[in-house]
Design a protein around this ligand. Structure first.
Ligand SMILES: CC(C)(COP(=O)(O)OP(=O)(O)OC[C@H]1O[C@@H](n2cnc3c(N)ncnc32)[C@H](O)[C@@H]1OP(=O)(O)O)[C@@H](O)C(=O)NCCC(=O)NCCS
Length: 173
């Protein structure tokens, strides 16, 4: 599968992406805004393990590499929730710092959102953004998400409690 935007291709992670994954993911400025299950430092062995998990995961894929000019420069994903929240997925995304500020995250998130509603039965997509990450909040707003709540002290990251802003986009009826 392959999702195209004006400048980007969203496609499954594959063998051969390891080096670019490490190059872009091994950055504290990326890690500081993500969940702790995103490793730091990000090693070649982390990259191999991640790509192996993605290759083994059920289809259609929920974690995708974002490719620009033939190189994986970041990732986007859907994390399905469970039980009574099973029609909700969390969206996530990150890009190598060298590529920030060009509108790539917005372009990729818009396409991921379309894919999520077209290919899965989600009613609701949500994102938890640390209050210290206004760039990501802006990306979500540009992609049509609305801030629904402030979850006070809901994250503990890098030794301190942070408020999270909960952004949501519902399936259009
Ligand atoms: C957050 C992130 C995905 C943004 O990627 P990007 O490709 O630079 O995003 P875009 O260029 O599409 O949009 C960024 C927007 O934020 C704005 N922005 C950047 N820094 C900002 C700041 N400090 N305060 C307010 N707005 C800011 C930009 O001006 C732009 O908005 P505009 O188009 O209205 O000018 C990228 O910085 C990243 O990967 N960060 C680390 C991982 C992460 O935070 N993931 C999201 C977790 S919720």
């Amino acid at each position: 599968m392959r999702l195209e935007t004006e400048r980007l291709v969203l496609r499954p992670w594959r063998e051969g992406d390891e080096e670019s994954l490490v190059r872009h993911a091994n950055n504290r400025k990326v890690w500081i805004n993500l969940r702790d299950h995103f490793p730091h430092p990000y090693t070649l062995s982390d990259a191999r393990a991640w790509i192996g998990r993605c290759i083994a995961a059920p289809r259609p894929p929920t974690s995708l590499a974002v490719e620009y000019a033939g190189e994986a420069i970041g990732g986007v994903g859907l994390l399905p929730m469970a039980d009574v929240a099973r029609f909700t997925a969390e969206v996530g995304y990150w890009f190598g710092e060298a590529w920030w500020g060009r509108g790539f995250a917005t372009e990729a998130l818009r396409r991921l959102t379309g894919y999520a509603f077209e290919s899965f039965q989600y009613e609701r997509l949500e994102a938890w953004v640390f209050a210290t990450n206004p760039a990501s909040a802006r990306v979500l707003e540009k992609a049509g998400y609305e801030r629904e709540a402030i979850l006070r002290r809901s994250a503990f990251k890098d030794g301190r409690f942070l408020d999270c802003h909960l952004y949501v986009r519902l399936r259009q009826r």
